[in-house]
Design a protein. Sequence first.
Length: 387
Amino acid sequence: MKYNFDEIITRKGTDCVKYDGVQELWGRDDLLPMWVADMDFRTPDFIINTIRQQLEQGILGYTLPCQRWYDSIIEWVDKRHGLKVQQEEIGFVPGIVRGIAFALNCFTKPGDKVMVQPPVYHPFFLVAEHNQREVVYNELYVYDGQVHIDFDRFEEAIKGCKLFILCNPHNPGGRVWKLEELQRVADVCKRNGTLVVSDEIHADLTMPGYKHHSFSSVSEAAQENSITFMAPSKAFNMPGISSSYSLIFNAELRNKFNDYMEASELSMGNMFAYSACAAAYTYGEDWLDQMLAYVQDNINFTETYLKDNIPSISMLKPQASYLVFLDCRQLGLTQEELVNLFVDKAHLALNDGTMFGKPGEGFMRLNVGCPRSVLQQALQQLKQAVG
């Protein structure tokens, strides 16, 4: 089946964050939203049909984590990522950010040090701060159009940290970490007694030509000292259904986390969480491959357009995901002036780079998970604003 990613779907007025949240955040509704990390593509029919069948049954009752949920995860992560998982190593989590918060409260206590690597998905440090943990910032650096880890600084910063939140693949940089990089992270963290929590929500958005390495698979040290969180939500455009899961291979860690989840009645999903995930992983490979090809073309279109029309703005070309970190430092603007350029002149709603931490200064995050016509309009508006 050939899927249509050029279709324009009206989302405004549906209470969606991406469109209806613009007024609340920017105080105006004349901005083209290119910010929130969901896509403007129709959620696949095999997921919608699965939910529709449940609705037609007529009762919205309590639902068990069905066998096909477990089986679909086991088969999917093996086929797509070469990750071998047993059923008992899988646990339901009602959202990955929530999962990170649960891990923080399960394995650390207030005042403990937790390390993150800015620029990075902002809930990493916000959740840690809000739970009274001391956040240690190990900054990434940009080289040759990609973010990189300074391992000398990493080894120094990790000392005394109880937990490290890894973004794998990286958001907002779109970096797919190399095997040897993750192995080194695993060795350093194991040596320092630092538990690794790996957020792999963008794993299924890895672009052709790159290989995602699930952290727990890179070495024995990684497998015995980590918790991995995954979800179909980003890849299949269903973030409104909390359908995440944990993969924990160390039995001691797994039992402790499971006990924590069950003690607060957090380990049971809603009736759509299991079936939607199973449908995505059972029937979604062809849709996903077509979507990734379309997004890759959008990424390439953005790169070419910037070079040809706005050379003062470049981009960190994502190796995974539909999120593009725009490098606007050559414009020579303060961050406030940069944000005003995008909002007041270009009439675009993007993520301010500094929301991902201080190293995001001079950057803006652009969501290209949209029809090509929308992306082209946004880039044309930006070109006119830059002049």
